[in-house]
Design a protein around this ligand. Structure first.
Ligand code: GDP
Ligand code: MN
Length: 385
């Protein structure tokens, strides 16, 4: 789960990181009032769960409250990479001497958190990594030792941070690490971390992602979820207890088991690669799914306008193939869909499952025995369709 900038900043502040004290507005008039109360120059910032807002015109300086209102007017409703702006953050503007990048994420290969720092702040770290990889300093953190001062010093020296700022920087990096651990975050990022003209460090932008699997023990963070900002399909999938991630291909995949779901995605990508065809989603209906769950999953896939074929890959163990077939029949009785449906149904009660499907006479069903056959047929169906 991703936090909005204003949410991440308030969380970081709770751990002792200096942030500007702005407020969120949903209307231009509100933005104006906030600017009036703050006095002086402000920055009006789109609150959407994506980066690169600056480049997209979603971050604007305003010298007067009237200007703040005009900027908010322009930014609210803006579409930034598919995210509609519903709120803006109005922050007091800072005079920036230098922009630094500071972030923590998990390095899965190293099985440790890694703290990343760069003097080339402001732009995407991926971009820095491409253009000037030597400008990125990394320190892996031993989770049992925590982040050590010598490591923070190595970062400070690596980015040639002016020495008078080192003490502040040590406190700040430590606070960021504490926040990362205490929040079960998968990412805590400050970009830019500004060195202000007054010679202080200030977190001007913040990004936080929280591990969804930890939300049960963070009700305060779980409550921050902005369901209006996520694809509706993902909200519905969560409600139905499905693991669903929307992707940009054309083959809607319905699979039981995360490993099999990934294998299915790999196979469709492999066979579809040459034609730009691939999976439209990751979807795991879980073990022992009943007809209702299958129907819920199919409804989600069927509402994705990019889906041109549906691939059902069910390996029945705990999940019974006949139960899955009932779900499929239920879903297609609600939605008339003539999309090609490639069905691979094997395992427990497979004969019964296949018989039910045959008798239901759902249009455009294509059966397959193996996964590779199913993937090839799905790709061919999209190509032909
Ligand atoms: P992003 O583009 O989504 O990462 O949004 P940011 O919050 O990082 O803003 C983009 C850029 O706007 C920053 O890198 C800064 O250069 C600039 N910016 C943001 N806040 C301020 C501010 O208070 N004062 C000034 N002068 N520039 C700012
Ligand atoms: Mn940024």
């Amino acid at each position: 789960m991703n936090l909005h900038e204003y949410q991440a900043k308030s969380r970081l502040e709770a751990f002792g990181i200096p942030v500007p004290h702005g407020q969120v507005a949903g209307t231009p008039q509100e933005a104006r009032r906030i600017a009036e109360n703050l006095g002086g120059t402000v920055v009006v910032k789109a609150q959407v769960l994506t980066g690169g807002r600056g480049k997209a015109g979603g971050v604007k300086l305003a010298w007067t409250p009237a200007e703040a209102e005009a900027h908010a007017q322009a930014i609210l409703g803006m579409n930034i990479k598919g995210h509609i702006v519903r709120q803006v953050l109005v922050d007091p503007a800072s005079a920036i001497k230098q922009e630094i990048y500071l972030g923590i994420t998990n390095d899965r290969a190293a099985r440790k958190p890694v703290i990343i720092c760069s003097a080339e702040g402001g732009m995407d770290i991926e971009e820095v990594n491409r253009r000037k990889p030597e400008a990125i300093i990394r320190e892996h953190v031993d989770p049992l030792l925590g982040l050590c001062d010598f490591q923070i010093n190595a970062l400070a020296s690596g980015i040639e941070l002016p020495y008078p700022l080192w003490k502040q920087f040590r406190r700040l990096a430590q606070a960021l690490y504490d926040c990362f651990i205490a929040s079960d975050a998968t990412l805590c990022e400050i970009n830019p971390l500004a060195i202000t003209e007054e010679g202080d460090l200030l977190a001007l932008d913040a990004k936080m992602s929280i591990d969804d699997n930890s939300l049960f023990r963070h009700p305060d963070l779980a409550a921050l979820r902005d369901t209006s900002a996520e694809p509706e399909a993902e909200t519905r999938a969560r409600a139905a207890n499905l693991s669903y991630v929307r992707l940009d291909g054309q083959i809607g995949c319905l699979v039981n088991g995360a490993g099999l779901a990934m294998a299915t995605m790999d196979m469709t990508s492999l066979y579809g690669e040459a034609d730009g065809i691939g999976p439209a989603n990751f979807l795991d209906i879980g073990g022992g799914a009943d007809a209702e769950t299958v129907a819920a999953a199919l409804r989600i896939i069927l509402t994705d306008p990019d889906v041109k074929a549906i691939l059902l890959n069910i390996f029945g163990g705990i999940t019974r193939a006949d139960e899955v077939a009932r779900g499929v029949i239920q879903a297609f009785s609600e939605f008339e869909s003539d999309l090609p449906k490639i069905v691979r149904l094997v395992g427990t009660n497979e004969e019964e499952g296949r018989r039910l499907l045959e008798e239901a006479h759902i249009p455009n069903i294509i059966t397959a025995t193996t996964l590779s056959e199913a993937a090839r047929k799905a790709v061919a169906a999209v190509k032909g369709g």
